[in-house]
Design a protein around this ligand. Sequence first.
Ligand SMILES: Nc1ncnc2c1ncn2[C@@H]1O[C@H](COP(=O)(O)OP(=O)(O)OP(=O)(O)O)[C@@H](O)[C@H]1O
Ligand code: SF4
Ligand SMILES: [Mg+2]
Length: 360
Amino acid sequence: MSETSPSVDMLEPIEDVGGAAQPLLQVTGLTKHFPVRGELFSARKTVRAVDDVSFSVLKGETVGIVGESGCGKSTTARLLMHLMKRDAGDIVYDGLQVGRALSLRELRRAMQMVFQDSYASLNPRLTIEESIAFGPKVHGMADGAARTLARELLGKVGLRPENFANRYPHEISGGQRQRVNIARALALSPRLVILDEAVSALDKSVEAQVLNLLVDLKREFGLTYLFISHDLNVVRYISDRVLVMYLGEVVELGPVDQVWDAPAHPYTRALLAAMPSSDPDHRTETPPISGDPPNPIDPPSGCRFHTRCPFAEPLCANATPKLTALDTMGHEAACYMAIPGSGHSRAPAKETNRERANPA
Ligand SMILES: Nc1ncnc2c1ncn2[C@@H]1O[C@H](COP(=O)(O)OP(=O)(O)OP(=O)(O)O)[C@@H](O)[C@H]1O
Ligand code: SF4
Ligand SMILES: [Mg+2]
């Protein structure tokens, strides 16, 4: 623990085995399909909620996940937490295979999740202090030590323990409950915290306070965040890198400034164009993306965005464009326009070996 962390006993964090250069999380080919009942006598249908998703999260960074409702953000989070079984893919935590070198019990402590619904996450019959102390006790901490830790953490999330420890969830506001949920997550000494729309239900001013709290806690506890949100302004504020998802797939990823300043995928451009300005004097909302709303049941072939994309050409419907590097900074997009020599009329020409060897 860092020198600024609580003076009370905390659970030992799961050890850093790989060092700073090793990603905290490496996700490869993550896939989850839900079978759904079709019409009588019609073929069985499938929701391709998460389809061959790969990304990594470096130690100490905040990775944002954005995309319209139903694009697979929460399913991705639940799969990472092993709250549901995946159909395919690898999840490696700090170089350790979950279920082998790292037990599920250890993983659930190393990775904590905070959800949008602050009330549903708390047991209404437990006081705030009992709720926060519950996890450490399950992991073997004595009752007295766990309660002391709970009070210390209440202070860390900006709630005076003398005022809040003995209250029940229904006696406090949504913003305060979300602070309690954050304290509850921190009580297990996680290294990664997944925040799934964790501030989305809060009023704007409360949201800003909780966001600032998250930034402070990240620094103090040396945390890594996976931050899921509909709100692109919030994602830009808090994230180092961002993943853009569309119908279960990652269509663009990269450092947040690169993605915002030079979005390469038409879907990302449309999302950003439809974004309300954070500046109240310039509150314009461009019409949302045209075309049919996305249906994750049996999504379109090839590039899943081709039914709504103004630049779609016949090749777009044939095969899925692969995520392709746009620079050396980790900015990637899955669009034929970004793939040199793809055959799309707007794609850059393919660089020949000779041009690569003798740049102009
Ligand atoms: N248990 C389930 N059974 C069947 N379909 C599911 C299940 N869970 C999620 N889905 C479907 O998978 C798709 C992805 O859902 P998910 O909740 O991951 O989206 P999301 O990006 O988190 O959306 P939102 O922004 O609304 O929270 C949706 O079409 C959803 O209806
Ligand atoms: S691959 Fe084709 S359809 Fe898909 S985003 Fe690019 S141009 Fe549009
Ligand atoms: Mg969700």
